[in-house]
Structures are given as structure tokens and as C-alpha cells.
Design a protein around this ligand. Structure first.
Ligand SMILES: [Mn+2]
Length: 293
């Protein structure tokens, strides 16, 4: 029964009567943070993002469209395995594959960043004609961390195995070995300071294919705007700048999948949760409402 006066349904952006068949995007929330190395709590990220997203306006004043026009379907929250991180990733990879086989774009709402591996693997199995664009304060190129190859500190090492073309943006924390090996595939924060969003987007664009997978660790953002992360690294990128980079990038590229990870909500502090929800809103708007160049 539908109430006469009811709150928006519990899904991304609180979309009424969401419909899988007509959806272009399928969001999978995964409350999982088993391998988090410093401060845990990103398992509460999906709930906080969905809660906040039910309270933002559906209308995008820039594109003069409602986000519902895209067709977004949110699944129930995926249950992580308590057996091993690898099993959680395998389970999620299967879910993402089902989304791809249905002809839709899988978007993971994290949860810790290692979840990205599942989505990247699923997409790579269907086609390897894409690049991974990775926004993160950390390089995440360690082969193994704290005994696991599926740690959130290893996601780019795993991503690189599935997809040869990877490019990281906003990095300001890296170990010596990774720096030696992977610096060609990294746009460091220190080198972005004097560039405009347009220039940054064009640098990324030149290094990547037409089809792109976007993985966003919330800690790429500056701690002032985004304090709700497990491993905060100072001197990050501003929301407005990231928004503009994504806009310019998605003017040219085609989005094949995405994840938004590592929001670890701080009780009582809701602004970062809204920021994360709005970032997803903007990213999807840029991907679907822009005239492609
Ligand atoms: Mn990070």
C-alpha cells in the first residue's frame, strides 16, 4: 500500500517506482570495510549516501533535466562475505557481470575501495577496450598489504592486471617502489596545482581510451570538505574542481562503469554525506546529459 504522504523510497536519489528494465545505470550499495587499514567505518557509507541522496533535488539546474531521466535502479545492499575479502570481491564481480549482461552500467556505492576491483574485472571480462581513471589521494599500487592482495591499498595493482590502461589523479601519498614503477601513470597533486580543470581533464583524456571506468576514493578530496574518510591525506582537491574535471572529461568520454568509495560517515556531521551523494549526482549528469564532443 502506498501512503498518501510518504518519504521518498529508500534508493539512490529516492526515485519513485524505479524500474530495472528501463534503467541505464544500476547502483549496487555494498556496506563493506573488512580490509580498512586505519580508521574503519566505510561500511556505513552506502547508507549515508542513500539517506543524503533522498534529500537532494532531482533537478539539475545546469542541464535542466531531472536525474531520474537517466533511469537509475538501486539494488538492495549486497551482503559481504565474512569468509575472505577475495570471496566478497568474487561475489560482487558476479553481480556486476549480471548488470553488464543486462546492457546496463554498474555503479558501486562503497564501502571500501577494494570493491572497485570487482567492477573493473567484470567489465574487463566483457571488453578490454577501456581505461580506468582513478581519483585518489593514495596510489594504491601495493601488490599486497597487511596480508591481503584484496586490501584497499592494492586496488590499482589488481586493476592493472585486469585493464592495462590505468591513470591515477590527485595522488599525494605513495611508497618509493610504486613511485619508481608507476609514476608515468599518475598525475600527482603537486603537478595539478597550477592547472585548470580543463587542462587537467585534457591531460587525463590524452592518456586514456574513449571508454572509461571512473573509480573515486573520497579521500582524493580535501579534508576540509571531506573529513569523513578512513585515511585522510591533507592538501586535496576541491569538490568544485573535481566536478569540473569530470564534466570536461565526460564531454568526450563514454562511461562504462564507476564506483564511489571510502565515505566513512562521522556521526552528526552530514555535509560530507551530502557531498558524496551530490558528486554521484553530478558525475551521472555529466555522463548522460552533456552533448558529446
Ligand atoms: Mn585513498
Amino acid at each position: 500500500m502506498k501512503l498518501l504522504h510518504q518519504l521518498p523510497p529508500y534508493n539512490l536519489f529516492g526515485i519513485e517506482d524505479q524500474d530495472f528494465d528501463s534503467a541505464k545505470v544500476v547502483a549496487i550499495p555494498v556496506p563493506y570495510d573488512s580490509t580498512t587499514s586505519y580508521k574503519s567505518g566505510s561500511r556505513d557509507g552506502p547508507h549515508a549516501i542513500i539517506e543524503a541522496s533522498r534529500n537532494i533535488e532531482l533537478y539539475d539546474e545546469e542541464y535542466k533535466r531531472e536525474i531520474t531521466d537517466i533511469g537509475i535502479y538501486t539494488t538492495d545492499e549486497m551482503q559481504p562475505s565474512v569468509n575472505s575479502p577475495e570471496e566478497t570481491i568474487n561475489w560482487l564481480e558476479k553481480e556486476c557481470s549480471l548488470v553488464i549482461e543486462a546492457g546496463k552500467i554498474p555503479v558501486i556505492i562503497g564501502g571500501e575501495h577494494s570493491l572497485a576491483i570487482a567492477n573493473i574485472r567484470a567489465i574487463a571480462k566483457h571488453s578490454n577496450d577501456f581505461s580506468v581513471i582513478h581519483f585518489d589521494a593514495h596510489s594504491d599500487y601495493r601488490d599486497e598489504y597487511m596480508g591481503s592482495r584484496y586490501s584497499h591499498a592494492c586496488i590499482m595493482a589488481r586493476a592493472k592486471e585486469a585493464c592495462k590502461s590505468c591513470y591515477s589523479v590527485g595522488v599525494r601519498s605513495i611508497d618509493a617502489e610504486s613511485a619508481k614503477k608507476y609514476s608515468d601513470d599518475i598525475l600527482y597533486m603537486k603537478d595539478m596545482r597550477d592547472l585548470s580543470a580543463k587542462e587537467i581533464a585534457s591531460m587525463i583524456s590524452k592518456r586514456t581510451k574513449k571508454n572509461i571506468y571512473i573509480t573515486i576514493d573520497m579521500d582524493v578530496l580535501d579534508n576540509g570538505e571531506m573529513p569523513s574518510v578512513g585515511t585522510p591525506e591533507p592538501n586535496g582537491i576541491r569538490f568544485a574542481e573535481l566536478d569540473a574535471i569530470l564534466k570536461n572529461l565526460l564531454m568526450e568520454k563514454r562511461l562504462v562503469g564507476a564506483d564511489f568509495c571510502e565515505l566513512a560517515p562521522i556521526p552528526g556531521l552530514i555535509a560530507p554525506n551530502f557531498l558524496a551523494a551530490k558528486l554521484i549526482f553530478r558525475a551521472l549528469g555529466h555522463a548522460f546529459f552533456q552533448k558529446k564532443r
